[in-house]
Design a protein around this ligand. Structure first.
Ligand code: SER
Length: 584
């Protein structure tokens, strides 16, 4: 059995309910581009909103981190990764959390206690030194020499700056080496690697400082890739069962072996193509573009292709599709949407590849010409030329330059870029940071508006089979994708606006009901991805015009939406239309 299955099974046996992975593209949170941690989708519940499945939850969660893409290529950093987590929402606390972690590691995964060490919180002005956790660890058989007390930099999650639920944690380390295990645990010794983090979430951090949460929660996180490698006794995640087939395929198609200078390129290809397969494959509607998630996807594909080229892989061959298929086959059991979207995912990745393949050779030649000419720095103008004419994302130019010990004037590049693209670099950068802010009032109003639009489309376009295919909400607007195969007429758009505004002015009541998933579907509630919902779901009804399974949050009366206006209607992908609308 795989680690994921063992983990879920273990915590189910401890009274937890399994919740499905949330999408990697947050549906109602525009403060982040991607879901970056297992607990992120649970933020409202950690803050006190009751969860329909109760107080003990367990899951595996898709995560994407793009803040350290440059690090990808080493043995441990990944763009996409999965996190296992178990949560107590005001139920159990330190004793059970630590005891079960210990039981799972030593009893289920059979890790000898001698290979384990832990850190606990040394205390600060909010929370005293965590002797309680240390005592629990000791009572389980972890020796005192293997327990280190550390401060906020190590044992406070996420840190003292970020907003959202937070608290002290205890982290579990494994001795990943064939050397003899040292008697005393030294957290600075890199042979000790962190495998699990148990956070005792007791505070919420916002503009006004730290305030105690409604209840004391436990949030734990274990990285699937790292722990799998450890269990399999390899010190390179790419040699574990998770990546081994992908590396073999790359070896086979390139005629090179996974060693020496080829390793980095092979890792980047495997990592990046896996990440884009998951991102594109989850109904998000994300496609390669020059903004937001689309830009990340573009960068990942282009960087992978450049490394394929470097390894001598024929990029006109079916290599990328073979790799994507193999990834989908591995993950479809856990994320069925990948299989459903297989054709679209293949087409999008192939399309981007073909686009880039046309200019890659010429661009590389151009780059080399510039690189031989300059001594130390590639100017912003040259970097922009590579971007504009050959489609080289700036990060790719930087990577190429660094390989030749050159730097790039990225400031200069962005100045040109901004002038040309009217893209606010600052805005984009802010969004790349992983924040944990919740859903604001404006987003909540838009969220309710999507339900009304969803209902109105069925009536105005006289088609009950129209459904939401995706949605994205910012404080400025809502975006709503639905299945329909032609452009809407002006009359239809006006009818949609009128109907939604009519419902708004009727001041309909928005109500929430918890029910069994199948009962909800039978009662006529609309469900976007039925396989993704837990067995018990929240159903939101708006008067008698809309009924949808949804996690919320929503306004309580439709009058709070004021006025609905469509600003754009366009094609999103084959058979899918996209409406952008505002509330004013
Ligand atoms: N939130 C913690 C982490 O991401 C534990 O899940 O490490």
């Amino acid at each position: 059995m795989k680690l994921k299955d063992l983990y879920i099974e273990f915590f189910l046996s401890k009274g937890h309910k399994q919740i499905p992975s949330s999408p990697v593209i947050p549906e109602n949170d525009n403060t982040v581009l991607f879901n970056t941690a297992g607990m992120q989708p649970l933020t409202p519940y950690l803050k006190g909103v009751p969860h329909p499945l109760g107080l003990r939850l367990v899951d595996y969660q898709k995560c994407v981190r793009t803040n350290d893409l440059d690090e990808v290529g080493d043995t441990t950093h990944h763009t996409f990764f999965e996190m296992l987590g178990n949560w107590s929402l005001g139920d159990y606390f330190k004793k059970e959390s630590i005891t079960w972690s210990f039981e799972f590691l030593t009893g289920v995964l059979n890790i000898p206690v001698e290979k384990l060490a832990v850190t606990v919180f040394a205390g600060n002005e909010l929370v005293p030194r965590d002797d309680e956790s240390a005592e629990i660890w000791k009572s389980l058989g972890v020796r005192e020499e293997r327990i280190a007390f550390l401060g906020v930099d190590d044992n406070w999650w996420p840190n003292m700056e970020m907003f959202g639920p937070c608290g002290p944690d205890t982290e579990i380390f494994y001795f990943r080496s064939t050397d003899e295990v040292p008697d005393k645990f030294d957290p600075k010794d890199e042979r000790w690697v962190e495998i699990w983090n148990n956070v005792f979430m007791q505070y919420n951090h916002d503009e006004n400082g730290f305030s105690p949460l409604e209840h004391q929660n436990v949030d734990t996180g274990m990285g699937v890739e790292r722990t799998t490698a450890i269990l399999e006794g390899v010190d390179d995640n790419y040699l574990s069962s998770i990546f081994k087939d992908y590396i073999a395929l790359i070896e086979n198609k390139s005629g090179k072996t996974y060693e020496g200078e080829y390793k980095k390129s092979m890792r980047i290809i495997a990592d990046h193509i896996r990440a884009v397969t998951i991102i594109i494959g989850e109904n998000s509607g994300v496609k390669p573009s020059n903004t937001d998630q689309g830009y990340i996807v573009r960068r990942l594909i282009r960087r992978a292709i450049r490394h394929e080229k470097k390894l001598g892989i024929d990029i006109d061959s079916s290599f990328n599709s073979d790799l994507v298929n193999s990834i989908i086959d591995d993950y479809k059991r856990y994320y069925p949407e990948l299989d459903a979207n297989r054709e679209a995912t293949l087409a999008i990745i192939e399309g981007e590849k073909n686009k880039f393949a046309k200019t890659l050779d010429k661009g590389l030649k151009e780059f080399n010409k510039v690189a031989t000419k300059v001594k130390e720095k590639i100017e912003g103008d040259d970097a922009f030329h590579l971007y504009d004419t050959y489609g080289f994302p700036i990060e790719l130019t930087v990577e190429l330059a660094n390989e030749q010990n050159l730097i790039v004037d990225t400031e200069g590049f962005y100045q040109k870029f901004k002038a040309h693209q009217e893209l606010s670099r600052k805005g984009a950068e802010n969004k790349f940071k992983s924040g944990l802010a919740g859903t604001g009032e404006i987003e909540t109003r838009y969220h309710t508006a999507t339900h009304l639009l969803n209902a109105a489309l069925k009536i105005v376009l006289k088609d009950k089979n129209i459904h939401q295919m995706g949605s994205n909400i910012t404080a400025e607007r809502m975006r709503f994708d639905f299945n329909f195969d032609r452009k809407l007429t002006q009359d239809e758009k006006e009818e949609l606006e009128n109907l939604v505004n009519e419902w708004i002015s009727k001041d309909l009541l928005v109500t929430k009901e918890e029910m069994n998933k199948m009962d909800a579907v039978e009662s006529g509630a609309e469900a976007m991805f039925i396989e993704r919902y837990p067995d018990v779901v929240s159903v939101y009804s708006i008067g008698d015009v809309s009924k949808e399974i949804c996690t919320g949050p929503h306004v309580t009366r439709t009058s709070e939406l004021h006025h609905f206006k469509i600003v754009k209607e366009e094609a999103s992908s084959a058979g899918v239309r996209r409406i952008k609308a505002i509330l004013d």
